[in-house]
Every structure is written in C-alpha cells, then in structure tokens.
Ligand binder design. Structure first.
Ligand SMILES: Cc1ncc(COP(=O)(O)O)c(C=O)c1O
Length: 376
C-alpha cells in the first residue's frame, strides 16, 4: 500500500474507539505513554469505587472476583497462558520487581538483554544482583536470531529478558524466534510487553510476560499484570504462600490495590477483544506507516523506524539545534498536540540523542499527523 489513504484500514474501529471516549481536548499522540480510557471503563472504575463506599472495600472486592478472574483468563489468553498464570500488580515495573523478588536468582546470575534495554529494567536487574549482558543485535537494535542461537549454544545466560517493543523506538523484536531458541536451550525467556500488549501479538511462547494497563490496552493507570508459566512459577518463592484455594502464583498479586482500576482493565481488555486484536494491530500498523510517511522530513526531523514496521509508534530525531523537550512543550501548549520527549537516558546503551515519540491510537487520524507535521 503506497498511498496514505488506503494505509489506514478499519475506519470503523477508529470511529467506534472515538465515540466510546470522552471528547479529547487536543490531539493525543502519546498512547505509548498513556492511552485514553473509554467512557465505559471510566464508569466501571467509578462504579466499583462507589460499591466500596456502599458495601465496604473488601466486600466489594469479593463481589468483583468473578470479573477479575475472567480478566486473568482473557489476559492469559493474550499471552498464551492460563488464568492461574496471571496476577494483577500495579505496573510493569512492579511486575518485574515481584518476579525478581520471588525468583531469588543467585548473585551474579547472567541475564541477557538488548543493548537498548529500558533503563529502569536494567537498573532493577542489577539491583537484584544480576549481571546484565547484551544480546546480539543489528544496526537498528533488533535481536539477531543467528547470534542469539550462537550465544545460547555456546555460553547460555541464566535468563533472557527481552523488551518486545521499546519505549524509545517503535521496533518489534522477533520474540517468537527468541522464544523458540530459548525453549530449545532450556533458558527461560522473560518478555517485557509494556509496549506490546494490545499493540502487537504477544502470544509467542515466552515463559514470563509482564505488562501495564494504561498504554495500548487503554485501561486505568496504576495497574499491571505479571504472567508466569508453571515451570518458572515453580522456581519462585513468595514471602508468604497463597491460600490453598487459589493458584500458588496468586502469592505475587498485590494485596492492597486499586481494585477499581483492575476492574477497569478487565473491561478495557474486553473492549480490545470485541474490537478484534488482529484488526487493532492492522490499524495501528497503518497509523505507524502513515505517520512515518508524513513525518519523515518536515523541518528536518528524521524518522528512526523502517516505514513498514508493524507498530503505531514513530520516533523522530531532531534537526541540528532543535531541542526535543522544548519542542514537545511547544506542541502541547501552542497546538494542543500531546507527544513524548524521550531522553537518551531511557536507553543509554542504544540512544545517541533525544527523540520525539509519536504514538497514535485507533481513533487518531492522518489529519492529526498532518497537524503535527505542520506544527513541527
Ligand atoms: C518498554 C517498557 N517497559 C516498562 C515500562 C514500565 O511500565 P510501568 O510504568 O507500568 O511500570 C515502560 C513504560 O513506559 C516501557 O515502555
């Protein structure tokens, strides 16, 4: 598809997504940071909070348990796992913290990550006493499967931790290929799906998948998920065991929580399924392609991703002398366009300078992208 118009498939999804949400006050091109929740999700969250006031917080939580269990089941389905393998936590980083705290890997255990690993993840791995090593990648930072195969054959790390789609670059890692290699080598694969759940396919055979609610699934903030296959779950030691009547992994679900937010996430996941994950991915990929076509060049900004990368996230390198943080602020205050400024500290092993991130969701239009190009 060479022209802009036809690149945007499933216009019905865009229209449905738009009409299901409060009217935006500007142009939201920052779903990789936080998406807009639907009115139904907002109402469900408020409804649960109201129930807490009427019934009592713990009584309300008990009444929501069937819904939460459906949510665990559906989220498990999105990552190829079962409801018993899924727990709710507060964020992606909270999920990784819970995993590492439970795994208790011996100090110095080697974890292989992409050179472009999300800095807070690498910091957590190091804080857990682990040695972070680099997976082989190509010029763009995409894992090189032949190199990964060689690493696993000759000098396997204890764990591979793969960030599926980076925060700073809308590139999809070949996670299914890495998962197959890890499986064959007996090395557990942990997938950071913070930027991929609800955006690209995440049912790829990883042993652990963790993610967050507020980005591509468009759920509430302050909610995340940790999904662990039984073989790795058996290696985890919780502070206190879960009660006998629930799966053992539930020991890692946070007890005190924004339960209303979890209810909201379950509804948001239901909306994602109703929209059709394949169709969602196709439209998001079309938005990414359209954005890269429009945004390559204006005023000297340069697109980092290959034009046809199947994601909605585009990052732009600034022209000489243009400050990304100032530009992001100017876009917001003067044009009502919400984007994200990403400093190189976000992925210091890969970024050589700051980028402006543009991440439309289903309701965005090429008009929004054209408005951004004009404002740049
Ligand atoms: C790739 C990646 N991993 C992890 C996170 C952390 O997610 P959370 O803020 O939910 O902890 C983010 C958030 O931006 C991310 O982009």
């Amino acid at each position: 598809v060479e022209t802009l118009g036809p690149a945007l498939v499933h216009e019905d999804l865009g229209a449905a997504w738009r009409s299901a949400r409060p009217r935006p006050a500007g142009r939201h091109l920052d779903s990789a940071a936080c998406s807009r929740q639907s009115s139904r999700v907002l109402e469900a969250v408020a409804h649960h909070a109201r129930h807490e006031a009427e019934l009592g917080g713990y009584v309300a939580e008990a009444t929501a348990e069937d819904l939460l269990q459906q949510g665990r089941s559906v989220i498990g389905g999105l990552v190829g796992m079962a409801a018993a393998d899924v727990v709710f936590v507060e964020s992606a980083q909270a999920a990784l913290a819970a995993l590492l705290a439970g795994w208790r890997l011996p100090a110095g255990s080697r974890v292989a990550c992409l050179p472009g690993e999300y800095a807070p993840n690498a910091a957590q791995l190091r804080a857990a006493g682990l040695t972070v090593e680099q997976l082989p990648v190509d010029d763009l930072g995409r894992a090189d499967l032949d190199g990964v195969a060689r690493l696993l054959a000759t000098d396997p790390p204890r764990v591979v931790h793969l960030t599926h789609v980076a925060s700073h670059r809308g590139l999809v890692q070949p996670a299914a290929g890495v998962a197959a290699l890890c499986r064959a080598a007996g090395v557990p694969l942990v997938l950071d799906a913070a930027q991929s759940l609800g955006h690209v396919d995440t049912d790829l055979g990883a042993d652990v998948v963790y993610s967050t609610s507020r980005k591509w699934l468009a759920g509430p903030r302050g909610v995340g998920v940790l999904c662990v296959r039984p073989a790795v779950a058996a290696e985890l030691t919780p502070l206190l065991s879960a009660p006998d009547d629930v799966p053992p992994l539930r020991a890692f679900e946070s007890g005190e929580a924004h339960v209303a937010g979890r209810v909201g996430l379950v509804l948001a996941v239901g909306e994602h399924l109703a929209a059709g994950p394949d169709r969602v991915r196709e439209r998001l990929a079309g938005l990414g392609r359209g954005a890269r076509e429009v945004l390559e060049g204006p005023a000297g900004w340069r697109v980092v991703e290959p034009r046809d990368e199947p994601t909605a996230t585009t990052t732009l390198r600034p022209p000489d002398g243009v400050d990304v943080v100032t530009t992001r602020a100017r876009l917001l205050t003067e044009h009502g366009i919400v984007t994200t400024a990403i400093p190189p500290q976000r992925a210091p092993g890969e970024m050589t300078g700051p980028v402006l991130r543009v991440s439309p969701h289903l309701d965005s239009t090429l008009d929004d992208i054209e408005a951004l190009a004009a404002a740049l």
